[in-house]
Design a protein around this ligand. Structure first.
Ligand code: TYM
Length: 337
């Protein structure tokens, strides 16, 4: 039996942070052992908000290098650049024409990001989840491993696939496979260091709200030292009045490799002055090997572009087959060659 498949991606806008690592990449590293894995840099998504053309290409390569540095193995997983496989944009158009507008107006991310941009908000930002649906459906994955914030987009993807199947397929012969989200509890929602009720995000204007995977040790230590805490002595998980405490203990649990009970016992009588240096040290040590490997990969651009070329070829073969099937179902004239 063929291995089950996963697919996921990250936007190459700025350096990746702990949320991207713990909510997504770290899980992919484990999953690639058992799943046929398609992992890409969502550079078409990256221009849905104003972007700098001078940095887009470099950011895309940096995200690819980060995947590999975190443990994604290019021999096991297909790593590719979204814009290199034109089927993504093409299927997005076909899906646009079967997706009701009001499904998109409901999307939380559109509302949040759209408010920030006022009248300059682009159609691309509204349409972003349809492109995401195309990204996913082209590869017929069984599961899409993401952080909690992507749940609504995955539900929309399922709705779009089901609608297309209903309109153009039959129960016995669906056109598109309807995928399942895969959201692992630990790390699914890493919160901002300056406000424990908001998720850690690349678009937060404050650098101190997040830890980037490439932050040097002294920066990590400084960010943790300055991060928001509370005046209570004794640290505990799951107190709704203490969102920062829960978030920081969660990070410590992951980076120190301990169980929740062990961390709860270790920190029960601790104050912040004692806890923060421990968290900083655990974080620095967990990121150290990733950073070393990242710099090695970036020093050898030919190998990296080789990986992406191979990835593009493997990805395009799968994506084009799905695109052709959808076009057939929609009644397009086959290409005359
Ligand atoms: P993006 O680039 O915002 O985030 C990439 C991944 O990181 C996860 N993530 C988090 N997880 C936990 N805590 C956080 N604070 C946190 N912040 C981000 C996200 O859930 C995601 O898994 N639309 C997507 C990119 C995309 C995609 C796709 C994903 C485009 N096409 C197809 C899956 C399948 C996005 O903007 O992710």
């Amino acid at each position: 039996m063929a291995a089950k498949r996963i697919l996921s991606g990250i936007q190459p806008t700025g350096t990746l942070h702990l949320g991207n690592y713990l909510g997504a990449i770290r899980n992919w590293v484990d999953l690639q052992q058992d799943y046929d894995s398609y992992l890409f840099m969502a550079d078409l998504h990256a221009i849905t908000v104003p972007h700098d053309p001078k940095t887009l290409a470099t950011s895309t390569l940096q995200v690819a290098a980060t995947y590999i540095a975190c443990g994604i193995d290019p021999e096991r997983s297909t790593i590719f650049v979204q814009s290199h496989v034109s089927a993504h944009a093409e299927l997005a158009w076909l899906l646009n024409c079967i997706t009701p507008l009001n499904w998109l107006e409901r999307m939380i991310q559109f509302k949040e990001k759209g408010i920030k941009q006022g009248e300059n908000v682009s159609i691309g930002l509204l349409d972003y989840p349809v492109l995401q649906a195309a990204d996913i459906l082209l590869y017929e994955p069984d599961f899409v491993p993401v952080g909690e914030d992507q749940k609504q987009h995955l539900e929309l993807t399922r709705d779009i696939a089901s609608r297309l199947n209903f309109q153009f397929g039959s129960e016995k012969k669906p056109v598109l496979k309807v995928p399942e989200p895969m959201i692992k509890a630990a790390g699914a929602r890493v919160m901002s260091l300056t406000d424990g009720t908001k998720k850690m995000s690349k678009s937060d204007p404050s650098e101190f709200s997040r830890i980037d995977l490439l932050d040097p040790p002294e920066v990590i230590t400084k960010k943790i030292k300055r991060c928001k805490s509370d005046p209570i002595k004794g640290l505990a998980f799951d107190d709704p009045e203490r969102p920062e405490c829960n978030n920081l203990l969660g990070l410590y649990q992951i980076f120190s490799g301990q169980t929740k009970d062990a961390v709860a016992a270790e920190c029960a009588d601790m104050g912040w002055g004692q806890f923060k240096p421990r968290l900083a040290e655990a974080t620095v040590e967990a990121l150290r090997p990733i950073q070393t490997k990242y710099h090695e990969i970036m020093a050898d651009p030919a190998t990296l572009t080789g990986v992406l070329l191979q990835g593009e070829q493997r990805a395009a073969a799968v994506a084009n087959a799905t695109l052709t099937r959808v076009k057939d179902a929609l009644g397009y004239a086959p290409a005359f060659h």
